[in-house]
Design a protein. Sequence first.
Length: 136
Amino acid sequence: GPECVRRIAHWQLNEVATQDNYQLSVEDAYDIAQYDTVVFADASIADIDSFSFGPLDKQSEPGFGSHSLSPEAVVELSRTLFNAQTEAFLLGIKGFEFDRFEEKLSANAEQNLEVALRFLQPWLQERIDLMESIDA
């Protein structure tokens, strides 16, 4: 997730803000409410090819704790507290070697990140173009 965010920041796309957190918290609900669209990016252990992408499902019972929240819980909290209308998506990038304590991508995870970024860049640009046409 954090490496994905760092690379997106280097694209310097207009209208795209980036933030990397290792854990989501209640404070993130306010930040989310400031945007039309939010994409959460994280490593995935799911049985997927390189990555998965789609809208977040509404969480039936938000789990609010003091240390971290799921993306679904943060979005629901943002909607409840701030009446946010933010569209939220999840980018899951298939990861490997989760048992190592280091901030380094394996070769396979690096390849999956590249595939996900090749998908995400035009998707983001389409969203930017759509928002600009609506504002015009």
